[in-house]
Design a protein around this ligand. Structure first.
Ligand code: FAD
Length: 414
């Protein structure tokens, strides 16, 4: 007699960083995985990084690397090999003076990595499993949570496409549709806070040395910060020897800079060393052509509905980027969820027809227990990281230089 092998089905909404890694975890446990994303496949699409409206590179830290190590497949090693370690902050003063602040005395570091490349590596890893199917160009419109049904609009045709699964995983980011569906069926506590600052990305190009080789214009093993108390600029290194700078500033201040002349005057006053590093033309082009993003923090609870849906990553806890932990925390969500599923021995095999009812209801209550436990344990930690991220905004733009600032002011005041 043939062995019965039907598997539990999961639908993951969002093939971003968190959705892609989650699909690897589910695939490894034997789930039948369908991943949907409204975007085209980043591996074939020509979308420039700036069109994606997100940071070009990001910092991956121990929290995220640990979650990658759990899946094996050489993912963590691949990332660490291609990443650029940043062992501390480099503070840029008004005079162009730079001072290094190490992250630790034992060489601790965070790692700069290209966002798109990380997403592609995770998608490739997911698709190496025969039980994973990717669907790009599918936008989630609604869910019938009690039925486990997710309704998508196929972008190419405008037609509706419905899947019915055992579990829906919402990894659809800060403006999550899954979270909105969850709100309709649970007593969700929810808060969303926009900060007054927007961000804009600029590029410091590689420079040529006397041998005609491309080299970094600054030390690549630091996260560079130009803290100016009410605003700041940071820069992270890229593999191609460029740096991606991010200017964080109140929206009104962005709007007040309306001409190339006022932009150059602003940089001359606040970031004089950065003009030569970025280049006048690149600076004005980048500032006026690149998109500006808003920044918000989202907290909510619960993260699940019965045994039917759970939200992960930014869908559950979007945070301001100043602690560099949004993606890292999303990766840790997956690790925590699977620790609970494994501890409670939630199986992935569907019982054969005939034995279905009793075994099935046991599975559903076990899954609900796991998701209850996930919300209970994860919410406190996720809120703490959101709060630390908000606090670190003040730390990065101001506290890192407070003593220097006060010292200089004292000198100036006589
Ligand atoms: P996303 O990356 O937003 O992915 C969500 C996916 O869902 C997208 O692909 C989207 O197309 C898809 N989607 C959305 N709606 C639907 C729908 N209705 N139907 C189908 N698909 C849908 N984090 C760090 O850890 N380190 C850093 O250094 C760092 N730097 C940052 C810098 C900036 C400027 C910003 C803005 C963020 C930074 N972050 C950083 C945070 C990090 O970008 C996010 O936490 C991370 O991208 C969250 O991943 P996610 O998969 O949950 O969501």
């Amino acid at each position: 007699m043939e062995e019965y092998t039907a598997q539990r089905r999961v639908c993951i909404v969002g093939a971003g960083l968190v959705g892609a890694l989650a699909s690897v975890y589910f695939a490894q446990r034997g789930w039948h995985v369908d991943v949907f994303d409204t975007r085209p496949d980043p591996r074939v699409s020509q979308d420039s990084a700036h069109n994606q409206q997100r940071s070009i590179n990001l910092a991956i830290s121990t929290r995220g690397i640990t979650a990658l190590k759990q899946v094996g497949l050489g993912l963590a090693e691949e990332v660490l090999q291609a990443a650029i370690p940043m062992h501390g902050r480099m503070i840029h003063g008004l005079t162009g003076h730079q001072s290094s602040q190490a992250y630790g005395v034992f060489g601790q570091c965070i790692n700069s990595f290209e966002r798109k490349r990380l997403n592609i590596s995770l998608l490739d890893a997911a698709e190496s499993f025969s039980n994973v199917t990717m669907h790009f160009g599918y936008t989630l419109r609604a869910c019938d949570l009690d039925q486990g049904a997710a309704k998508f609009e196929v972008r190419a045709t405008g037609q509706e496409y419905v899947v019915t699964v055992d579990l829906i995983v919402g990894a659809d980011g800060a403006y999550s549709t899954c979270r909105r569906q969850l709100m309709r069926r649970t007593r969700m506590d929810y808060s969303q806070t926009y900060i007054s600052h927007d961000y804009c990305e600029l590029t410091i190009p590689a420079r040529q040395n006397e041998h005609g080789e491309q080299e970094y214009a600054m030390d690549p093993n630091h996260l560079h910060i130009w803290p100016r108390h009410t605003f700041m600029m940071i820069a992270l290194p890229n593999k191609d020897r460029t740096f991606t700078c991010t200017l964080f500033m109140p929206k009104e201040q962005f709007e007040a800079i309306a001409t190339p002349e006022s932009l150059l005057a602003f940089y001359q006053t606040h970031f004089p060393d950065a003009i030569a590093l970025i280049g006048r033309d690149q600076l004005t082009h980048g500032f006026f052509a690149n998109p500006r993003g808003a920044l918000m923090s989202v907290k909510c609870t619960p993260y699940h509905y019965q045994d039917k849906m759970v939200i992960l990553g930014d869908a559950a806890h979007c945070m301001v980027p100043f602690y560099g932990q949004g993606m890292n925390c999303g990766f840790e969500d997956i690790q925590v969820l699977f620790r609970i599923l494994d501890e409670l021995q939630v199986t992935t095999t569907v019982p054969p027809p005939g034995q279905a009812k009793a075994v099935d209801s046991q599975w559903h209550s076990q899954m609900q227990r796991a998701l209850d436990c996930y919300t209970r344990t994860r919410h406190r930690d996720a809120v703490a990281i959101c709060d630390l991220a908000m606090y670190n905004y003040i730390e990065m733009r101001s506290s890192v230089v407070s003593w220097q600032y006060l010292f200089r002011k004292k000198l100036e005041d006589g």
